[in-house]
Design a protein around this ligand. Structure first.
Ligand SMILES: Nc1ncnc2c1ncn2[C@@H]1O[C@H](COP(=O)(O)OP(=O)(O)O)[C@@H](O)[C@H]1O
Ligand SMILES: [Mg+2]
Length: 448
């Protein structure tokens, strides 16, 4: 067991090395501690520590805290911040571009002096806000604030104008088709055709003629010439969905067609030439299939010049409330009521659900929720049975006699923090509690 006092130097080392800014301020506004990140984020000159909170020159931090407390309803009888943790964001103008800082602040008890001090945590949100700004204007049909997803969007913005082949991988319903269309739209081919072929939806025997077309008499039933998808996509983009389902014997032909941009129609020996960009999609891991000998390595490498993996919805729970509101608005445009509200309990249920069908399933769940809403409020009951039943199952208390509420809570909190990539705001949302409650529970349970 490590003695608490011997932990202090270690904790101090941790706090002075993290990217978050940390300030501790007494009740009179005197700064008792600041870490190097706080100095950097607040634009202080090195070696010139803050002595008072109101010495922050770029904006009025004290007033911003008061405003955040008022907005959150966390003020005492005297109209002063109650001490409960509140969160706000502040935009700061700098010569080399705006800086977005997120503040999270409240009182902590200082046991030794029996007094309270204000803890202020500062986080740089600039990169995230910049990515959001880029995509918000440009991609009206895509909603996300997840860092991985925003990276995907940024990569797409970068590679869309080129002719490079793209392989989109992700579970069903994560947005592969949506992103495929987006790449096409943002490319110089955008005014030409976007042609889709779902390789899983067509009988094996017909795939070749679907891809390359056939001439009259090529097989029984081929009563006239028919062009294939390659020809239809000339100068545009061919989206090959579920590419893993292309039979092995056709893979060599497909490789030649995409590599040389030439092929023969079924039943013909005349070579056709095209100019087609290929975007392939798969919900199975193609590399695994290559390793298992079910997919040609040379075709895989040709298709996966730009491989992009889309995270599953359960890996980005923060997108759930965002997408919920997005779909509510979109469905309103289709004639559903426009004052639908999703209750806290229903949202909590959705945040805890693993979404095997990803965004597509969420979209359907919202429509179900709206149809079964009570007085325009989506209740837990309004959601599809799967979601309701899942939450019911996971909330049934265990009969274990050693069942320990604290242990359970700790586990739940650690899991939520893990799912939220360490973001307390997000973890609190997942748990359906507010940030200050989470903070208090973490303190009580000794979770750092
Ligand atoms: N990030 C997103 N924002 C808004 N809608 C999305 C998002 N991702 C997916 N969707 C919607 O969810 C549904 C499923 O997406 P889709 O691209 O068809 O998935 P996939 O092709 O991976 O199965 C579509 O209606 C799509 O418009
Ligand atoms: Mg699709």
């Amino acid at each position: 067991m490590v003695r608490i006092s011997s932990l202090f130097p270690m904790l101090e080392a941790v706090v002075s090395n993290i990217a978050e800014g940390v300030l501790i301020v007494d009740k009179k506004g005197n700064v008792q501690y600041q870490n190097p990140s706080a100095a950097e984020l607040l634009g202080l000159r090195p070696g010139q520590p803050l002595s008072k909170l109101h010495d922050v020159s770029q904006f009025n931090l004290q007033r911003a805290i008061l405003k955040a407390a008022i907005d959150a309803g966390e003020v005492d009888a005297a109209g002063q911040p109650s001490g409960a943790f509140v969160q706000f964001e502040q935009k700061i103008h700098r010569e080399n571009g705006d800086l977005y800082l997120e503040f999270y602040t409240g009182f902590v008890n200082c046991q030794e002096t029996h007094s309270q001090a204000r803890l202020i945590l500062i986080r740089d949100r600039t990169q995230q806000r910049r990515l959001e700004a880029v995509y918000q204007n440009k991609y009206p049909d895509l909603e996300s604030s997840d860092p991985h997803m925003l990276e995907v969007v940024d990569r797409i913005r970068q590679i869309a104008p080129t002719n490079a082949f793209v392989l989109l991988q992700g579970e069903s319903g994560t947005g592969k088709t949506l992103l495929g269309r987006m790449i096409h739209r943002l490319s110089s081919r955008g005014s030409h055709a976007f042609v889709e072929l779902n390789c899983a939806a067509i009988p094996e025997t017909l795939i070749e003629s679907e891809l390359f077309g056939h001439v009259k008499g090529a097989f029984t039933g081929a009563t006239q010439d028919r062009l294939g998808r390659f020809q239809a996509a000339h100068q545009g983009t061919l989206f090959l969905d579920e590419i893993s389902e292309i039979p092995l014997h056709l893979q060599a032909k497909l490789l030649r067609a995409i590599q040389e941009q030439e092929f023969e129609m079924v039943g013909s020996n005349k070579t056709e030439k095209v100019d087609v960009r290929i975007i392939a999609a798969s919900n199975r891991n193609l590399r695994d299939l290559v390793d298992a000998g079910e997919f040609r390595a040379d075709l895989f490498y040709r298709l996966a010049v730009i491989p992009i993996t889309i995270p599953a919805l359960r890996e980005r729970p923060g997108d759930i409330p965002l997408l919920t509101n997005y779909f509510i608005a979109r469905l309103a445009a289709r004639g559903y009521p426009d004052d639908i509200e999703c209750t806290h309990e229903a949202m909590r249920m959705m945040m805890n659900y693993p979404w095997p069908g990803n965004v597509r399933e969420l979209e359907n769940a919202i429509e179900h929720g709206i149809i079964c809403a009570e007085q325009n409020r989506i209740l837990p009951d309004s959601l599809p049975q799967d979601i309701f039943a899942f939450s019911h199952k996971s909330e049934t208390p265990t009969l274990d006699v050693n069942f320990d509420v604290h242990q359970e809570r700790e586990h739940e909190i650690l899991l939520a923090l893990q799912r939220a990539n360490g973001s307390k705001a997000m973890a609190a949302r997942i748990l359906g509690i507010d940030r200050s409650t989470l903070w208090r529970r973490m303190q009580r349970l000794g979770i750092q």
